[in-house]
Structure formats: structure tokens, C-alpha cells
Design a protein. Sequence first.
Length: 329
Amino acid sequence: MRTRMVTRSIAALCTVSVLASCAAEAEPARSYPSRSIDYVVPFSAGGSTDIAARAAADALAGELDTQVNVVNKPGADQIIGVSTVRESEPDGYTLLADGAGSSALQGLLPYVPYPWNDRTFVAKFAEGPHVYVVGGNSGYHDFDDVVTDAREDPENFTVGWIGGSSTSDYATLQFLDEAGIDAAKVKRVPFNSSGDVMRAVAAGDIDFGAGGASSAFSLSRTGELKPIALTGDEPVSELPDVPSTAELGHPDLDMQYWVGISAPTGLPADITNKLADAVRAIAEDPAVVDALDAVGLAPAVRTGSELRTDVQDEKERFTNLSERIGVAG
């Protein structure tokens, strides 16, 4: 009898211990966030990703009732920013302003010092098109003019290139592939950012460039740049007269870029879900929608495993495009 009573007591204590342990593990999620969050942008301030991240940070601060600090960590093909987040504690207080350039495209770079998808994909909140541009004084009238000229003389056709580590580069590769232009013959001129590419096109230093839609806003207003197409099938309010590639009969020219949130591997599921719920809420905030529209983006929410699958598919798409036209970097 005494043995049975001791056994029951031990069992009861174990049950209490397990419940206490579960409660302790759940406590951080219930109280999260209890201090400010750092949202790391792997680019310099002022670009499309940075502006979108700042709009999201302001909205998340209100949704989560805590300060969200945007921290710029540019350099090394986004490796510096990604490493900063990967090496932090998986507690939800250091997050990455993620996108294709800091995830799927890193899977094509042989020098990335970590598994490219070793992270917690929390949520995507926005996406938008690239814009194809030529110089305002280039003599090109439209998209077809550019294609004709590049086909006839690819060796003297110059394009902006950001090292093969950006979606802008892959929008350019997609253009060359769709147009039947030999990408190996085209002259790729190196730049550090899509903003630099736009300025070079406007100055007449190169023939053609691609970048996130907002990278062309200011120079197109002055007439120094001539946007000839937006990738995909959606318009951009700041470029009202620019046709989409779908309208021009090229629906396969659909390269988009996106902005979202990821975290170190091991972020607890409850915190991941809480952040994903917050992203869903801010994507419906009219102020956020307006801020995204101002940089050529629109709300587009994907979370968790669905986002991870999308990013893996994106990586395969980049790989296939690179291999098909023989330009890997």
C-alpha cells in the first residue's frame, strides 16, 4: 500500500512538474515582446527594401506595443545582415528584413558561409515589380526598340549588373532570355546598387537597366530616365504611363521582389505565430498600404511553411534561369 502511495505521489509530482515546465516555456510567448525589437535591413538606408521595412516597423510597433528599431547592416551580398540575425538568440528580438537577395539568391553564391535557408521564415508582407529603363536621350522609343537593337548588336549592348546577387540582375537575365539575346555577349557593367544603375542609364553610360520600381521614380520625373516596362501584370501608381510586360505580350517577364521577416533557427512556434499574426494585421492597415504603394510595392502575405516553400521554389527558378542562359554570376 505504501509503495502504491509513493508511486502515485511521484506521478502527481511529475505531472505538476511537466505542467510547470510547459507554463514556463509558454511564458515568453505570452509576454512577448517585453522590450524593443531590432529589425535588421541587409542594405543601406534609402532603398526600396529599407523604406518598406521602416513602414512595416512603424506599424509593427503599434501592433505589438513595443519599439521596433530598423538597423541597417549592408555589405557582402547581404551576408553581413543575415549573419547578424543568424548569430543572435532565437527569442524574437532580432529579426531580418528578408527577401530574395538575402535568401534564395544566396543559394547560388558559392561563398555564403552558412546554409542559405537555415532560418525561421516568419512572413512576407509585400512584393512589387521591377522596372526596365533606358536613357531619356537614348533614342529608344519603347520596349520593342530595345529588343531589336540588342538582338542586332549584343556585343555593344551594355546593361547594369549588381554582381548576380539581386533580383534586379535576374530581371535583366529574364529580359535577355525572353528576347532571345545572347547573354554571354552582352556587356555587363558592375554597380553596387540599382540606384547606381539608374543613374548610369540616365547619364548615358550604359544602355539598359533594371531595378525595383521605386529606383526609377525621381529620374523618370525629370525625363532623364525612360521606363519602358514593369515586370508582371500590375501597375505602379508612381509610373502611371508605363506598361506592364503582360500588357506588352510578355507574361513570362514577371520577376518580382519581396520584403518580409525571418528570424534565427529555433524561434519558438508561439512567437513565430504571434509575429505572423501581426504581419497579417499591418498588411490591412491603410497607412501601411499607402507607404508601400509609395515605393512601388503592394501587400502580399505568406507565412511559415508556405513562405519557406515559395522561397525554395524561387531558388530553383533562379538556378534554372542562370543555367539555361549560361550566366551564373
